[in-house]
Write a protein that binds this ligand. Structure first.
Ligand SMILES: C[S@@+](CC[C@H](N)C(=O)[O-])C[C@H]1O[C@@H](n2cnc3c(N)ncnc32)[C@H](O)[C@@H]1O
Length: 207
C-alpha cells in the first residue's frame, strides 16, 4: 500500500513587530478603515466572525498566550482575512506604543481573567489607569464593550470606572445574559458559560 502525503497545514506565522517600528496599528493593514481592537482575544472566535461579516472594517486582536491565539491566526490565514490581524502581546504594553490617541472605533474585552485570589487582584486588566488609556484611544462616539461571568469582578471594574472618571462616558448601557453589540455572535468563553447556564454581565460605554 502506498502512503499519500497528507496536505501540509498552512504556515503559522507569529507576527512580530520590530522594536524600531514607528508606525501605528492602522499602518499594519493594507487599507485604512475603521478599527476595532479585542484585548484578550483568546482563540479569536469573535473577531474571526466579525471580520468576515465586516470587510469594510479592520480588526486587531491581542492576547499574550500563543497557545490560544494560534488557532485564530491559523483560521484568519485559512479564510484569507486581510482585515484581521492577531498579535501575541501584552495589552498594556502595546496600546501606549501602537495605538495613537483618538483613533479607535471599538474596544472589545470579553471575559478578562478575574484573578480570584485577593493577592492576585493587582494582575487584573480592568484598572482605573487602563480605562483612562482606552478612553483616550477611542474616537468620539467610540465604544468600549465589556463582558464577564464574574459578579465580583464586575463590581470591581465598575468601581475602577468611577475612579477613572465615569463622567468621561456619554452613555453607559448594561445588560444581563444579553449581548449588547453583535447579538448572536459569541466568544469561546461566552458560548461555554452560556452552555453552563451562568449569568453573564455586559456593559457598553460610549465616549
Ligand atoms: C478567559 S480568557 C477569554 C478569551 C476570550 N476573550 C473569550 O471570551 O473567549 C482571557 C484571555 O485574556 C488573555 N489576557 C489576559 N490578560 C492579558 C493581557 N494583559 N494582555 C493580553 N492578553 C491578556 C488571556 O491570555 C486569555 O486568553
Amino acid at each position: 500500500m502506498t502512503r499519500t502525503a497528507s496536505p501540509k497545514p498552512p504556515r503559522l506565522e507569529q507576527r512580530r513587530i520590530d522594536r524600531t517600528f514607528a508606525g501605528t496599528v492602522a499602518d499594519l493593514f493594507p487599507s485604512r478603515q475603521p478599527l476595532e481592537i479585542e484585548i484578550g482575544a483568546g482563540k479569536g472566535r469573535f473577531l474571526l466572525h466579525r471580520a468576515q461579516a465586516h470587510p469594510e472594517r479592520n480588526f486587531f486582536g491581542v492576547d499574550y498566550r500563543w497557545r490560544f491565539l494560534k488557532e485564530g491566526v491559523l483560521r484568519a490565514e485559512q479564510r484569507g482575512l486581510s482585515n484581521l490581524i492577531f498579535l501575541k502581546t501584552e495589552a498594556e504594553e502595546i496600546i501606549p506604543h501602537l495605538v495613537p490617541p483618538v483613533s479607535i472605533d471599538v474596544f472589545h474585552i470579553y471575559f478578562p481573567d478575574p484573578w480570584h485570589k485577593k493577592k492576585h487582584h493587582k494582575r487584573r486588566l480592568l484598572k482605573p489607569e487602563f480605562f483612562k488609556l482606552l478612553h483616550g484611544s477611542l474616537l468620539p462616539g467610540g465604544l468600549l464593550e465589556l463582558a464577564t461571568d464574574n459578579f465580583n469582578y464586575m463590581i470591581a471594574f465598575k468601581a475602577a470606572l468611577v475612579e477613572a472618571g465615569d463622567t468621561l462616558w456619554s452613555n453607559v448601557r448594561e445588560s444581563r445574559n444579553e449581548r449588547i453589540l453583535d447579538a448572536g455572535v459569541q466568544t469561546h468563553f461566552e458560548a461555554k458559560y452560556t452552555r453552563a447556564g451562568r449569568d453573564l454581565y455586559y456593559m457598553e460605554l460610549r465616549k
